[in-house]
Design a binder for this molecule. Structure first.
Ligand SMILES: [Zn+2]
Length: 425
């Protein structure tokens, strides 16, 4: 990788790292990405409803979006840009080489997390002065690196346009955390003509110097927001007149984690939060649960989701309260395209930064890129996911780091060499 190009990619990563934005609020990040793409000479950069189907958006908090728009405008994002977003974040750059050839899409996610960054002087972002400037928010999963990688690859593609054929779609996806954003992009139809789609993630089980081919094991998942609405009453004088949303929620939480395991695959049920009640002596009117289920197959996931719905409905009747179940996120299992994985393996073998190629199939984690692969495969194309390794000390933690200068060049090389392999003239 050309040293100047590398330096620029690292500077982008470190810039993103300082200004992490939660899923669906990445307005400053999106503006930065779009501005850079314009500078590079991209003429077709899609945003807002051009790439997002509002009907398939999940887990988007309107109040948080409004707050983020105000903050972004205050921080200098122009109003006409905000308007072009229709309230949605993310962008897709399209490069038409003018020569007949396949349509190849690359996906990069761009959101940060609600994590407090470590202040340890040995933590690289602290040591080199690019730690998060937004306390309680952090790029603790490396999506800052992903976004920077996307920009570096976009620049390489447009610079090498004369040596390439077909079309590229470079996807900067919002709200991967909580598996919320991919379905919104898939729903827009933008992937329907894609022949090949490749996505990557840093780290996971891949250490620095390792490239991992992901064959399967990505669990399908549904995230739920469940709310109960009861009837208030004086807890001392009229307890019999109240209907407790809190008790319905507690019973639901206990029953959810008690759903019997499925015999045909790994399953997970987690109740993450339960907030309820108004005061000590008032029969609780409000309760909200945030929970998730995961399954090794769609069959297992459907089994779990049917149980979630039955339990909520049952408790709503038992406790005489109203209930509402909202899907705040969804991702599916990984469809394996063996030919494309083997092509990525061939690419990896030629890259000096790749010291070892490993194959992953263990049932861990979730990733909404699976929905993009599914759509592309349904339309007759192929998709694959790989990891470029880093020594991260655990994702979603305050001391997460990805050793950008050492790890990111591998990701860059894999994507750009894959582009040459599939779309080279
Ligand atoms: Zn991630």
């Amino acid at each position: 990788m050309d040293p100047k190009h590398l330096e620029e990619m690292i500077s982008y990563r470190r810039k993103f790292h300082q200004f992490p934005e939660e899923g669906w609020t990445e307005f400053e990040t999106t503006y930065f990405i779009v501005s850079k793409l314009k500078q590079m000479g991209y003429e077709t950069i899609l945003t807002g409803k051009q790439i997002i189907n509002p009907q398939t958006v999940m887990g988007r908090d309107k109040a948080k979006v409004r707050e983020a728009i105000d903050r972004s405008v205050k921080d200098g994002v122009p109003l006409d840009f905000i308007e072009s977003c229709d309230g949605y974040t993310g962008a897709i750059a399209i490069l038409d080489t003018g020569r007949e050839g396949p349509t190849t899409a690359f996906r990069f996610d761009i959101d940060g997390l609600l994590v407090m960054e470590s202040e340890d002087p040995n933590h690289l972002p602290v040591k080199f002065g690019f730690a998060s400037k937004r306390p309680g928010r952090m790029h603790a999963c490396g999506h800052d690196g992903h976004a920077a990688l996307g920009l570096a690859i976009a620049k390489w593609l447009i610079q090498h346009k004369k040596e390439l054929k077909g079309t590229f779609k470079i996807i900067f996806q919002p709200a991967e955390e909580g598996v919320r954003g991919a379905a919104a992009i898939v729903g827009s139809g933008i992937l329907d003509d894609v022949n090949f789609i490749v996505g990557s993630h840093c780290g996971g089980l891949a250490k620095l110097g390792q490239m991992a081919l992901v064959h399967g094991g990505v669990l399908a998942s549904i995230k739920y927001d469940i709310s109960f609405k009861g009837t208030p009453s004086h807890a001392g004088s009229n307890p019999h007149l109240g209907h407790s949303a809190l008790m319905a929620a507690c019973a639901t939480a206990m029953m959810l984690v008690g759903i019997p395991r499925h015999g045909n695959g790994v399953s997970r049920v987690a109740v993450g939060t339960l907030h309820a009640g108004e005061g000590r002596n008032i029969t609780p009117v409000h309760a909200k649960i945030e929970c998730e289920i995961r399954g090794q197959t769609e069959e297992v996931l459907n089994y779990l989701s049917e149980n979630v719905e039955k339990i909520v409905k049952g408790n709503s009747v038992s406790y005489d309260v109203e209930s509402k179940i909202e899907r705040a996120g969804y991702s599916t299992t990984l469809i394996e395209c063996p030919d494309l994985l083997e092509e990525l393996r061939d690419v990896g073998k030629q890259i000096p930064e790749v010291k070892e190629i490993i194959d992953l199939n263990a049932p861990v984690g979730g990733e909404d890129f699976t929905l993009m692969i599914k759509r592309v495969v349904e339309k007759g194309g192929q998709g694959a996911l790989f990891r470029w390794g880093c020594n991260h000390r655990g994702h979603h933690k305050g001391d997460f780091d990805l050793q950008d200068t050492e790890s990111m060049p591998m990701g860059f090389e894999v994507f750009t060499r894959f582009a040459q392999k599939k779309n080279g003239v």
